[in-house]
Design a protein around this ligand. Structure first.
Ligand code: ADP
Ligand code: MG
Length: 669
């Protein structure tokens, strides 16, 4: 096997870890994470993935597993050398694959991650590890050096990778037979010294060369792994007579036998009520590489025309890459316990992409290809059914477990709302999952609650879009609604613009923006307000007449910035606000389109003035006494500036604004 006399190993080369990887390693090495034993689950999980892969590839290329199809993961502890080797006969890695997968953190190369990592302190390790699920490197929680040797069939050499956790690693090509394993990966951990024996048992529990410890850890965290996790165990026996007494003169014989440490029972094939939470948690981590615990799960067995089992989880927190196109999504697919593919996007709609898990169906052929999966009618029907189930579950939770649901919604609500665009067929179901912030209190309100509170005769749901909740709450456009006690929905997620344009009504009530087009102010609020509004009518007519010369003047002065200047019915306290013409696009929409790389002509908005405001009244007087007063121009610009600022918008020319303010201040002093 590995008796090489010739130096078949090349000298290898030193390579530096990427800055990110180095930082991660440092976190792992100094990790205060108490639950270090989980490194084993991570490495077993990788081994199991590698076997899944080769077994799947062998469906189309049998030579890959020829002569070695007894799949297993072997643990080889060595107490004297203080090493633990985890060996698999999985797919192995080529030189480039080792560099790509082991030398870097490929999957986590997002900017958000890099930023968090750069700032992270050692104490943040568990949290970060949880968010990014960094399997392989967890080895450095227990080892001060790691050697990985791997061989992939079809390559003419193997690869050895070694790192002591510093800034660099070495990588070398080795002869395949030096590895003594025709295919797969061996990972040897050079374990850190044991903590001083302290009288209690903790020291022993951390000894990962101890067979008993390994058995416990595998049973606890990797029991469901579908390939045997084995270990050699020696047993001494002595020949005994019929009464069980050792035969005189007989010698003790030592047998080495391979024992299997896990039950290999796929979790999803077990009865839901028999599965412990902790088993789900480990399985979830195995499947998703997320170290957190799921916040929700669903385990379904469907029988009937088609038969399948689904086991799905909702993560505690949204993954950092939830909105990136490359993010992992979809469910894994199994056929009769055999892994077929992960990330089958066709099994979950895009707007439930945070749901992770698997589907196992005996009704699909074992050699089903990716393309077949995409077109298979069974897959479509599974997706529809699972979607229905989840939306139904969310609606139930909204009613029965409000607090839990609100936490879920805060994390994933913006994604669910995408459904209004992508799956309008599920609109009724989606509506029952909605929670909104509104002008009614600080908390969340369900659509049902909002509709139930509508004054009789109000057929519209009023909403306001803004970038932030604070800005939304203080928007001048809300003033009249506040004063009449009309609840307004505050929309602050980028997706909300799409929601309101995809769903012209919700729960049968037309959606109407408070910052857009005309608002029939008199119709607002309870019927009781009717009498009052009639007298207001008269007032506003006379307002119009006295105001119109000023409005015209301002309109001309501000031609470049606004479409028109008009009297507002929306304002009670503020002097002015901006609104969007009925058919125009809002600033939020404009920004959204730009973010999506779509160019949109920016549309001019309308400036509305509050006729009752002292400033507006003074402007009317000023204009009446001298229509050509130069100050009117400055004030006009300032009205637009402050209306923009108060809705959280940005000024095209902040410098000009500052100059105007200074001018006005200087004049007033
Ligand atoms: P993840 O498993 O989430 O991808 P890991 O850090 O655990 O992240 O592993 C990184 C990658 O290294 C794996 O995706 C795989 O490509 C490769 N890898 C790790 N262990 C093995 C192994 N035993 N056999 C083959 N490839 C492996
Ligand atoms: Mg892994």
């Amino acid at each position: 096997m590995s008796q090489t006399t010739q130096p078949t190993t090349d000298q290898g080369e030193k390579r530096s870890f990427q800055a990110q990887t180095r930082k991660l390693l440092e976190l792992m090495i100094h990790s205060v994470y108490s639950n270090r034993e989980v490194f084993l689950r991570e490495l077993i999980s990788n081994a199991s993935d590698a076997i899944d892969k080769v077994r799947f590839l062998a469906l189309t290329d049998a030579s890959l597993t020829e002569g070695d199809s007894d799949f297993k993961i072997k643990l080889v502890p060595n107490a004297d050398a203080r090493t633990l080797t985890i060996a698999d006969n999985g797919v192995g890695m080529s030189f480039d694959e080792v560099v790509e997968h082991i030398g870097t953190i490929a999957r986590s190369g997002t900017e958000a991650f890099a930023a968090q990592l750069a700032e992270a302190k050692t104490a943040d390790a568990p949290e970060l590890i949880g968010r990014f699920g960094l399997g392989f490197y967890s080895a450095f929680m227990v080892a001060d050096a790691v050697t990985l040797t791997t061989f992939k069939r079809g390559e003419d050499h193997g690869v050895r990778w070694h790192s002591e956790g510093g800034d660099d690693y070495t990588i070398a090509r080795v002869a395949p037979d030096e590895l003594g394993h025709g295919r797969g990966t061996h990972i040897t951990l050079h374990l850190k010294p044991l903590p001083e024996a302290s009288g209690d048992d903790t020291a022993d529990e951390q000894d990962f060369t101890n067979a008993w410890v390994l058995k416990q850890v595998v049973k606890k965290h990797s029991d469901f792994v579908s390939f045997p996790v084995v270990m050699d165990e020696s047993r001494t026996e002595i020949e005994r007579d019929e009464e069980g007494k050792p035969v005189e003169g007989a010698e003790e014989k030592t047998f080495v036998e391979e024992v299997t440490l896990n039950s290999m029972k796929a979790l999803w094939t077990r009865r839901p009520e028999e599965i412990e939470d902790e088993e789900h948690n480990d399985f979830y981590r195995h499947l998703t590489r997320d170290w957190g615990t799921p916040r929700d799960r669903m385990h379904l067995r469907v029988e009937g025309v088609h038969e399948y089992t689904a086991l799905m989880y909702v993560p505690e927190r949204a993954p950092v890459d939830l909105y990136s196109r490359e993010a992992k999504r979809g469910l894994s697919l199994f056929v009769k316990n055999v892994f077929i593919s992960d990330e089958v996007r066709e099994l979950m709609p895009e707007y439930l992409r945070f749901v992770r898990g698997l589907v196992d169906s005996p009704d699909l052929p074992l050699n089903v290809s990716r393309e077949m999966v995409q077109q298979h009618r069974l897959i479509t029907s599974i997706r529809k059914h699972l979607t229905k189930k989840w939306l139904g579950k969310f609606a139930k939770q909204l009613t029965n477990e409000r607090e839990t649901y609100e936490a879920f919604w805060a994390e994933f609500g913006p994604v669910v709302k995408e459904g209004f665009h992508y799956d309008i067929g599920s609109k009724d179901r989606l509506e029952k999952t909605l929670l909104f912030r509104t002008t009614h209190g600080e908390g969340w309100r369900s659509l049902e609650e909002i509709i139930a509170a509508l004054p009789e005769g109000q057929d519209e749901l009023y909403y306001l879009t803004a970038d932030q909740l604070d800005t939304a709450r203080n928007a001048p456009q809300l003033e009249i609604f506040r004063s009449k006690g009309v609840e307004v929905i505050l929309l602050t997620d980028p997706i909300d613009e799409i929601l309101v344009s995809s769903a012209p009504d919700l729960g049968g009530k037309a959606l109407k923006s408070v910052t857009r087009g005309d608002i029939d102010v008199d119709k607002l609020g309870a019927k009781a307000a009717d009498a009052e509004s009639e007298s207001q009518d008269d007032e506003s007519k006379s307002d119009d007449e006295t105001l119109s010369p000023l409005l015209e003047k301002l309109g001309a002065l501000l031609e470049a910035r606004v479409e028109k200047v008009q009297v507002s019915g929306r304002l009670t306290d503020s002097a002015a606000c901006l609104i969007t013409p009925e058919s125009g696009i809002t600033p939020q929409m404009e920004r959204m389109f730009k973010a999506m790389g779509q160019d949109v002509p920016s549309s001019k908005r309308l400036l509305e003035l509050n006729p009752g405001h002292p400033l507006v009244k003074k402007l009317v007087d000023l204009h009446a006494s001298d229509a050509e007063d130069a100050r009117i121009g400055t004030y006009a610009e300032l009205l637009v500036d402050q209306a923009l600022l108060s809705e959280g918008g940005q000024l095209d020319d902040p410098h000009a604004f500052a100059k105007r303010v200074t001018e006005v201040m200087a004049a007033a002093l």
